[in-house]
Design a protein around this ligand. Structure first.
Ligand SMILES: [Fe+2]
Length: 253
């Protein structure tokens, strides 16, 4: 069974509202206008879907940051992309990123869950799946996640019953910049690195494409250049009975 992993699409509507002036959104939208809108290009996503169809992808994992400032219009753009996947017969499994809880209101009122109606995790070809939401309400200039005691229990319980699995979280296990870190991430790393079965840890957040295997049997996929200008990449992963294979795919030149 073939799946794709993508992250950090960062839809941006370009719309400004008066109320944005008094919110963290003003900074986010100014930043998007000056820098981000020419960096994250969502115009070629139809090519991505065409590439998924060509590669016979059955499911897509999307590890967060669908939006830029958690605007309703941005979530609607993200929903439309999810609808396109569904029309193509591809099931999406999703978690939120820090940009999907950009304001206190978006975080508290769970806009991500309201607008995007995520599907429950399923086992794919015998590979169990855990969708981990570590987002928090960040003040301006911070982009942290938090791995809490509840997450710890959730991960330990999940790992007890699995020999091969995928864990999806927006935040990487290692991040040197304090203001972008997964707080408590060392605990998660310790739990994963001491597990006996195979773990595919899939994240985004850093806007890079990378596979690494820092500790057998933990395999880390970062696929957060899905809409980055001149990159347009995703990871294609084939889930086999006991093992897996992967490659990077560039869907647009
Ligand atoms: Fe992020």
């Amino acid at each position: 069974m073939k799946i794709a992993h993508i992250s950090d699409l960062h839809f941006f509507s370009g719309k400004f509202f008066l109320s944005d002036l008094f919110s963290k959104k003003f900074l986010g939208k100014m930043n998007a206008f000056v820098r981000r809108k020419d960096h994250f290009i969502t115009n070629h996503l139809d090519r991505m879907v065409a590439s998924f169809i060509k590669e016979e992808v059955e499911a897509v994992i999307i590890s967060g940051d669908f939006t830029t400032t958690s605007d309703k219009a941005e979530f609607e753009m993200a929903k439309s992309f999810l609808d396109d996947l569904e029309t193509a017969g591809i099931t999406a499994f999703i978690v939120p990123g820090n940009h999907d809880v950009y304001t206190s209101k978006a975080c508290k009122e769970k806009f991500f869950y309201h607008y995007l109606s995520p599907k429950k995790a399923l086992s794919l070809n015998g590979w169990d799946m855990l969708l981990l939401d570590c987002t928090i309400d960040n003040p301006p200039f911070l982009a942290n996640g938090s791995f809490t005691k509840e997450h710890e229990e959730e991960v330990i319980t999940f790992l007890k019953n699995t020999k091969k699995c995928m864990i999806i979280n927006h935040f990487p296990l290692d991040e040197s910049q304090q203001k972008h870190k997964l707080l408590g991430g060392e605990t998660l790393k310790k739990i994963l690195f001491s597990h006996k079965g195979t773990i595919l840890y899939m994240h985004g957040h850093t806007h890079k494409t990378k596979y690494s295997n820092p500790c057998e049997p933990v395999h880390i996929f970062n696929s957060s250049e899905a809409t980055v200008k001149e990159q347009f990449k995703y990871h294609l992963i084939e889930l086999k009975e006991e093992t897996f294979s992967y490659k990077e795919v560039k869907y647009f030149q």
